[in-house]
Each structure stands twice: as structure tokens, then as C-alpha cells.
Ligand binder design. Structure first.
Ligand code: TXE
Length: 493
């Protein structure tokens, strides 16, 4: 960063092979926040080779689980020590408020601690095959070399969901953060090195996904690709991985319904619909971007939402007064603005927002106002597609069956919210919704101990929880006959 080498390959910090660098833009001001090395495809190949050599050497995989857990705990302690600096870097890189960045870093710590504890509790499964001479057991082994590709909205958080279980499992890896937001992953890798991660176990390259993609994802030396990002990129990676039948785990975003019945507790419903969609300016894979509200309360509910949305303080993430920051880049804001124009042309009613803030102090950053479209329906692309910005669409329903049908009428299936005072109805609707996480009378919460991931086009596999560790493990059945004798099937006559 800023002249220091940023690529970590085989336990050494190096510059890009061709000396290339990239400017990292602070979206709050549009100015250059840092310069970092931009890896070449050859650098990426070297990183995979280093991970392969470290895995094949066998030492890390053979390290006792308790020692791997101890390393994860040392990483967690260093993250706690550097919390403020990491949070500041995350805010400069992504634009999110410092308060959000601090929560992100705390969550990263909890993920490392969770997997440190979990890996120590895993036991082999013994099977009684009916012959006391036979020891049959099922064991878990690290899957091998992992390529970990993370997006820009939760840079270190999303990377930690991959690195922590991969390290716990005994894998070796190449981490590739988004080229838009690499700063915290570089800082994190320095902490992991200080915590004692062996050379070659954790490698880091950064650069554009399209340039490094083939070297990382069509590489026969890679055993698993874990990717979080957009659907189109997910398809590209799945195609590249298919060449070598490489295992792929993906989290591809969502178009998440937040269903509000008329009997829902009013204040928390308004508050959490607002937070659910406008937190981090809507750049959240599980953002509740589709409000599906019972028709009898819809007008009043939307009016109160709009009033609250207009009072959200948009500003630089480092300013403690700001409640939400800019979008991650000017290019991303242009995409969001395109969706606003599309919504208007599709006939949705723009209730509030839809523009950049008028404040001249914000003119150089990529800010955008919280936006609400009422009277939307499923024929509209703003209701079907992930806009990944501060845009709420409103649909109305009159029956429970209709609410469920609308909630499931999406090609995604990452997350959903349901709000009702009727517990039995709440349980019915929760079970009927085809989404990977469903909140009942709450929204947005997750824990390292519970699985996270999507149904349908929101991806495959799960992160977090025990399944998030299992993704990085192969299962082996060992049949050990302690008293072998001929089976005499073929009699030799
Ligand atoms: O993400 P990309 P983009 C959605 C959101 C957003 C859209 C596009 O709707 O508007 O995706 O965002 C790397 N081989 N999400 O274009 O391209 C890339 O370098 C290997 C949802 O910024 O998916 C980065 O590290 N890697 C999401 C990572 O993929 C490649 C979060 C994600 O970038 C690659 C972000 C290739 N060929 C965006 N091409 C979520 N699920 O939370 C790119 N990459």
C-alpha cells in the first residue's frame, strides 16, 4: 500500500511482476485514498502454485486442530488490537459509516473465534459394521487449495467467512478481495502473518477479476472456489470451474421481500423496513428491497416510511453525524441511477429520493438519496433485479396466500422478513418462503453460528455455522480390518 508491497505469495510480500499499481478511490470525496499493487495473471498463478506446494507439503493439514485453533485466536486478538485502524480503512474504502465498519470488524473477530472453537470439537464418526475386527470411521480432511473471491460491500467481513473456516479446516488458500476495496484484506494479511500463519498457507493477490479470473478459477491446481459477488460473475466462474470440475461455493445476492401484515407492531416495522433497505445505502446482499405490505395499511405505512427516509442523514462515513455513506463508486451510482430512470419509465410512482443530495459539500462523492417507489408490481425490472442501491419498491397484498406468492416470486432466495402479531401465521409464512434466512419480526441479524446462503439463484453451499466449515472439508471413510483373512469369493477351481 502506498509503495509497500501488497501481494503476499509463498510467505513473502512482493510487488506486481510488471510493477502495476491501482488507485483506490475514497467514494466520500472522489479522491485517491491509496495506491496498491495490481497483480498480473502470472502473479495469480504463482500464488496458486505457492498454495498448492504448501498444501502438498502436508504440514499445515497435519497440524493438530488445537494448534490451528490457537492461530485463529491469535488472529482474532490482533484484529481486536487494530480494530480502530481497520474500521477506518474499511470506511475510507467502502464509504460506509465508521459505526458500521466497527460492527464489521467485531463480526470478523467473532467469526475467527467461532471457527477456532468449532474445529476443536469435531470428532470422527465410528461405525459398527458388525465385525469387531473392523474399525470403520468417517473422518474430515481439508479439501485442499482454495481460491477465495470477495466483493466490495463487506470486504473484510465476507473474506473472513471464507478465510477463517479454510484455515480451521487445514486448507491453503489464495485470497482475492475486490479490486475496489482491497485495503482491509491487505492489512488483515499482515496480521495473519504476525499471528504465525505458515508460508504459503495464506496468499493474497489483488486486481481486476476479469484479468486474474482464469488464472484463479480455471486452474487445475485449485480444489475449491468460494465466491461472493454478482450473478453474472458467478456464472462466469462456474463455467471456468466446470473445465476441471472444481467445487464451487457461491453467494450471489438477492432481491429480498419484507412482508408486513396489518397487525404487525407498527414502530418496529417502520423502523426495520427503513434500516433493512437503506443501511449501507442498500449495498447489502440481504437488503429488504421489496416491501410487500397489506393493502389496508399501505398508504399510511409508506407515508411514514417516506417521512423517515427524508430525514436520513447522508454524508461521509468518517463524519459521526452521517447515518449512511456514499455508494461504493461513481460507476456503481450510475448503475443505481439507471434503475431509478427505469422505474419511472416502467410506471412506478416515485415517492421520495431518486436524486443525488443537493448539498454542494457532497458533490464530489458518489452519494445518492434514499429512494422509494410505490405501486410497483412484478412486471417491473426494478422489482425483479438486484439494484444494489438505496431503492425500496412497494407492492401490496390482501391475503396471506398472496403475500407468500409474491415473496417467492423471485429468481433469488437469499433472505426475507415477515412481520405479524399472529405467531401461528408468522410460522406458516416463514416455512412457506423459499429463502435461506427468514426473519420473523426482526430483520438483518445473523450470527457466526448459523448458516448463511441462498436458495435458487442466490447461490449454492452455505457460509458460517458448521456447514460453513464442512464446505472446506472432504469426507473420508476409513475401513481398517485389524484381522484380515481371505474372502474366498473366487474359489480358484
Ligand atoms: O461484482 P463482481 P461487481 C452484485 C450487485 C452489483 C453486481 C455487480 O448487484 O451491482 O453484483 O457488482 C471478482 N473471475 N453484488 O461487478 O464482478 C471481482 O474482482 C474471478 C452482490 O462489483 O461479482 C470481485 O473480487 N473473479 C454481492 C468479485 O468477483 C472475478 C456483492 C465480485 O465482483 C471475475 C457485490 C472473474 N471473471 C456485488 N470477475 C453480494 N452477493 O453481496 C469479477 N471477479
Amino acid at each position: 500500500m502506498n509503495g509497500e508491497p501488497d501481494l503476499f505469495i509463498g510467505g513473502r510480500w512482493v510487488h506486481a511482476a510488471d510493477g502495476g499499481i491501482r488507485e483506490i478511490i475514497d467514494p466520500a470525496s472522489g479522491s485517491v485514498a491509496a495506491t496498491v499493487d495490481e497483480a498480473t495473471p502470472d502473479d495469480a498463478l504463482r500464488a496458486v502454485a505457492a498454495a498448492r506446494a504448501a498444501f502438498d507439503d502436508g504440514a499445515w493439514a497435519a497440524t493438530p486442530a488445537a494448534e490451528r485453533a490457537a492461530l485463529l485466536l491469535r488472529v482474532a486478538d490482533l484484529l481486536v488490537r487494530d480494530r480502530e485502524e481497520l474500521a477506518r480503512l474499511e470506511t475510507v474504502d467502502t464509504g460506509k459509516t465508521l459505526a458500521e465498519s466497527r460492527i464489521d470488524i467485531d463480526d470478523v473477530v467473532s467469526v475467527f473465534r467461532y471457527y477456532a472453537n468449532l474445529v476443536g470439537t469435531q470428532a470422527d464418526r465410528l461405525i459398527d459394521v458388525g465385525d469387531p475386527a473392523v474399525l470403520s470411521r468417517v473422518v474430515r480432511e481439508p479439501i485442499g487449495v482454495c481460491v477465495l473471491i470477495a466483493p466490495w460491500n463487506y470486504p473484510l467481513l465476507q473474506m473472513s467467512w471464507k478465510v477463517a473456516p479454510a484455515l480451521a479446516a487445514g486448507c491453503t488458500m489464495v485470497a482475492k478481495p475486490s479490486e475496489v476495496t482491497p485495503l482491509t484484506t491487505i492489512a488483515f494479511t499482515r496480521l495473519a502473518e504476525a499471528a504465525g500463519v505458515p508460508a504459503g498457507v495464506l496468499n493474497l493477490v489483488q486486481g481486476s477479476g476479469s484479468a486474474l479470473g482464469a488464472a484463479l478459477t480455471a486452474n487445475p491446481d485449485v480444489d475449491l472456489i468460494s465466491f461472493t459477488g454478482g450473478s453474472v460473475t458467478g456464472q462466469t466462474i462456474a463455467r471456468a470451474a466446470a473445465e476441471n470440475l472444481t467445487k464451487v461455493a457461491m453467494e450471489l445476492g438477492g432481491k429480498n421481500p419484507h412482508i408486513v401484515f396489518a397487525d404487525a407492531e407498527w414502530a418496529s416495522a417502520v423502523d426495520q423496513v427503513l434500516t433493512g433497505v437503506f443501511l449501507h445505502s442498500g449495498q447489502v446482499c440481504s437488503a429488504g428491497t421489496r416491501l410487500i405490505v397489506e393493502a389496508s395499511i399501505a398508504d399510511d405505512f409508506v407515508a411514514e416510511l417516506a417521512d423517515r427516509a427524508e430525514r436520513i442523514k447522508v454524508g461521509p462515513g468518517l463524519d459521526p453525524v452521517s447515518e449512511t455513506g456514499p455508494l461504493v463508486s461513481a460507476a456503481h451510482r450510475a448503475k443505481v441511477e439507471g434503475y431509478v430512470a427505469l422505474g419511472i419509465s416502467e410506471g412506478a410512482k416515485l415517492v421520495t429520493g431518486g436524486t443525488r443530495p443537493a448539498d454542494p459539500a457532497l458533490a464530489d462523492g458518489s452519494y445518492f438519496l434514499p429512494t422509494i417507489f410505490d405501486h410497483c408490481d412484478r412486471t417491473m425490472r426494478i422489482v425483479r433485479e438486484e439494484t444494489f442501491g438505496p431503492i425500496l419498491t412497494v407492492e401490496r397484498f390482501t391475503t396471506e396466500a398472496e403475500a407468500i406468492r409474491l415473496g417467492n416470486d423471485t429468481e433469488y432466495g437469499l433472505a426475507a422478513g415477515v412481520r405479524t402479531a399472529d405467531a401461528a401465521r408468522g410460522e406458516r409464512v416463514v416455512r412457506a418462503l423459499r429463502h435461506g434466512t427468514v426473519w420473523l419480526n426482526d430483520f438483518g441479524y445473523y450470527t457466526a453460528a448459523a448458516e448463511w446462503g441462498g436458495f435458487k439463484k442466490s447461490g449454492n453451499g452455505r457460509e458460517l455455522g458448521p456447514t460453513g466449515l464442512a464446505e472446506y472439508q472432504e469426507i473420508k471413510h476409513i475401513w481398517h480390518n485389524t484381522a484380515p483373512k481371505p474372502v474366498a469369493w473366487f474359489k480358484g477351481v
